[in-house]
Each structure stands twice: as C-alpha cells, then as structure tokens.
Design a protein around this ligand. Structure first.
Ligand code: EPU
Length: 417
C-alpha cells in the first residue's frame, strides 16, 4: 500500500488543471450499456473507480478501450450479472441495474454493502424501478430483477433527491415505453451531464438540472461522442488549498457556475475568487474568518466538499459549525485532523470547529475519498511532515494529485508503506 508524504508550510502558486468529473463519468459509463453502437468519451479521468467500471462493462458484455483520457465502449453481447467482487469495491456499480433491465429485461446485481460514510441503501432506486414494472427479489446478497413485459414509463416522486437513484431511473426511463416524470429529482450537475449524454445518444429528456425531469422513452439509443464535464469537487478542493496555504491558484477548466454554494461560503470567509478567460483565480482577500455550513442536495453546499471545508475553517479565526445532512457518518476525518492539532468537537451530525490554531504534521490515516483530500490539504498547511496512509481512497477520485500539487509548489510525494 502507498502512503503520501506532505511537507507543509509553503503557499501554492500557479496554474492547476481540473480533470473530468468522476461522479459524471461513472453513470455515463454505465449508460454505455444502453447504446447500440460505439460510444466515444473524452475527458475521462484515469482513476481506480473508472478502471473498475470498465472491468464491469467488460464483464457485462461490452468491448472497451481506455487511451489517455479517451474511452470507447461497444455493448456487443450483454449479460445480466454484476458480481459481488466488483460491486463491493465500488458502490456506483449498482447504476448498471437500470440499463440492464431496460436492455435485457433482467438483471442480477450484487447488493452494495454499507461504506465508511454511512449505510447507503438503494431502496429508492428499487422503488422507482418497481413503479416502471420491474420486480425484485433479494437472494444470496444479490438483487435479482426482472421486467417480463418491458419497462413502462411512470410518474415517480422521490422521497429524497437521491443522485444515484435519479441516474438509475433516468437510464431506465430512456428506453421504457411511454413517458416518465421524475419529481423531487436530484439537481446535481453530474445528473444533468448524464441526461445530456443520454440525449446525445438519442434519448428525449427535458428538465435535467431541475427537480422535475421528463423522459419520453425511445425504442433504441445509438453510439455518440461526448466529453465528460470537469470535476467541481476537485476544483473546490484546489480552491480550499489555495485559501489555506495563503497562495494564489489559477484553476483551469473549472466548472465555476456549479460551485456557487462553495464560492459563496469561501467569499464569506475572506477568499477572493475571480472568473477570468483562462480559469478561476483564487487567493486570500485578508485573514480567514469562521462561518457556518450545512450540507444539502445541490444547489446547496455539497457533502463532497465538507471535509475539505473543515480544514479551511481550522485555519480561520473564530468558531464555526458544519452540519452534515446527507450522510450519517461522514466525520471520519475529524479525529485525524485532531492529530494535526485541530480543535473540533462533534455532537451528532454537527461539528464545531474552533479555528485559528496552528496545525503540525503527524502520521494520519485516510478513511474515505473526501476525508483523504482533507488530510492532504491540511498537510499542506501544517508545519512539518504529514504522512497519510491508506491513500488508495484518494486514487479513487483525484487524478494525478501529487503531480498536480507539486506543479504549483507543494512538497508532496508517494512512498510504499
Ligand atoms: N439514500 C437512501 N436510499 C436510496 C438512495 C440514497 O436512503 O435508495 C440516502 C443515502 O444513504 C444518503 C443520501 O440518500 O444518505 C444521499 O444519497 P445519494 O443517492 O444522493 O448519493 P449517491 O448516489 O450514493 C453520489 C455520489 C457521492 C455524493 C452523493 C451526494 C457518485 C458515484 N457518488 O452518491 O459521492 O456524496 O451523491 O452528493 O456519484 C464521493 O465522490 O466521494 C461521493 C461519496
């Protein structure tokens, strides 16, 4: 296993480029199952979860290639089973359920277990697909789904605007018979990107990016070329890194419009952000001051930025709170940040951060993807050496992070543990 060593203390300065969005690329890859013909995707980040998805597509009967950041997929001979060995390493595998039911009228997909950030059930995915005519039974840890008469369009109102649930239903509805209406749908930009990709394949979807999405089912979808959107969470992570190191970064290919809630909070804390022709410029605009944050479905403050934001709050004067409303257990980074000297108290789903205290390097352990990112940027701000173990989590979501951060002045390297 690898570990990352960060020698902190210096400001980050220069240009840093954002990669394609993991959370857009994953559903888009599963949507390739729907196409008759070859799909070509650009701006696909080279990440562990992407390699896992391609392995899954191969197992499900697609021919794939991955060259640089370009992926091709051709669904030549589909088979309906997604095995536990792959699903357990990546929860997003469950997104093949909707496409398999739509194309094959059957699916056998391992039930993803819980993960470090919460139980994460998929009941809303199943409830929605049932409304479209699918039947499910759970046996030996697998979801066995069938829809003998084919999927039928349905009016579905989600109990909660689930990202994955909306994506699964969007894919299923694209090939269902008749019209589907998804209400209280997730408005995340990655859901919108998936819908745009489906439309490029010939789907008839409107309302993506709002909470009511309409899908007019079509008989078949064809191959197409599509560029995956840039990663807003990676961009937001670099914004936080610039702020806490008192540096200045120009973030290239930054999906700035999708980061309103984050940039609003950063400004409130004393960070200068400016959109230019070449990217988004980020630097401090004076001393950082504490604020309060509550995570919400988009367009609210994203849960995927909560851990990184906590580090900014640690570097700010005064106290602030972070309330986590999406996942019940997404505070694994708190104890690790405490090892660096952070003063954070947890009460239920709220963390109280008393900022303004210096951080000092220490060995810490990554528990999940965004927690890992928070430890890396905390290491950049801490005095001395921070060793982050279990960084395989980081490799799931940040393409070339050491190279990118080294390119803007960070002292960071990887070692074998
Ligand atoms: N939920 C249910 N039942 C369901 C589905 C969701 O109770 O059927 C609950 C979940 O347990 C959770 C909440 O609803 O408490 C939100 O879950 P959602 O379905 O919206 O999230 P997801 O699709 O599992 C995606 C991202 C996550 C991101 C969340 C929220 C992907 C592959 N994953 O997960 O990304 O945090 O949306 O924005 O798109 C990450 O990248 O680090 C990451 C965890």
């Amino acid at each position: 296993m690898d570990k990352l060593i960060v020698q902190g203390g210096g400001p980050l300065e220069g240009r840093i480029r954002v990669s394609g969005a993991k959370n857009a690329a994953l559903p888009i890859l599963m949507a390739c199952l729907l196409a008759e013909g070859k799909v070509e995707l650009g701006n696909v980040p080279r990440l562990r979860d992407i390699h896992t998805s391609l392995k899954l597509l191969e197992i499900l009967g697609c021919k794939t290639s991955f060259d640089g950041n370009d992926v091709t997929s051709d669904a030549v001979a589909l088979v309906p089973e997604a095995p536990y060995e792959l699903v357990k390493t990546m929860r997003a595998s469950v997104l093949c359920l909707g496409p398999l039911l739509a194309r094959l009228r059957e699916a056998r997909v391992a039930l993803p277990g819980g993960c470090a950030i919460g139980a994460r059930p998929v009941d809303l995915h199943l409830k929605g697909l049932e409304k479209m005519g699918a039947k499910f039974e759970l046996a030996e840890g697998y979801i066995n789904g069938t829809c003998n008469g084919g999927l039928k369009g349905a009016h579905i109102t989600f109990d909660f605007p689930t990202v994955g649930g909306t994506e699964n239903l969007l894919m299923a509805a694209s090939l269902a018979e008749g019209e589907s209406i998804l209400e209280n749908a997730a408005r995340e930009p990655e859901v919108e990107d998936l819908a745009n990709f489906l439309n490029a394949m010939g789907a008839k979807i409107t309302g993506q990016g709002t909470s009511v999405i309409r899908v007019e089912g079509v008989k078949s979808l064809k191959g197409c070329s599509y560029r995956v959107m840039p990663d807003r969470i990676e961009a937001g992570t670099y914004m936080c890194a610039a702020a806490i190191t008192d540096g200045e970064l120009l973030i290239e290919d930054c999906p700035y419009q999708e980061l309103d809630a984050v940039s609003y909070k950063l400004r409130e804390m004393g960070v200068w952000l400016e959109e230019t022709d070449e990217g988004v410029l980020v630097r401090r605009d004076g001393p950082l001051v504490g604020t309060d944050v509550t995570t919400q479905p988009h367009p609210g403050f994203p849960t995927d930025m909560q851990a990184q934001f906590m580090v900014v709050m640690c570097m700010a004067s005064g106290a602030g709170t972070i309330e986590e409303k999406i996942f019940e257990n997404r505070f694994m980074h708190v104890q690790e940040l405490a090892r660096l000297g952070a003063d954070i108290r947890l009460k239920g789903r709220t963390a109280m951060v008393r900022g303004g205290k210096p951080l000092f390097g220490a060995p810490v352990m990554a528990s999940d993807l965004r927690a890992s990112a928070s430890l890396v940027i905390a290491g950049l701000a801490a005095e001395g050496k921070t060793e982050i173990s279990r960084i395989y989590h980081l490799d799931r979501g940040y393409e070339n992070i050491e190279a990118k951060l080294s390119g803007v002045g960070a002292t960071i390297w990887r070692e074998k543990e």
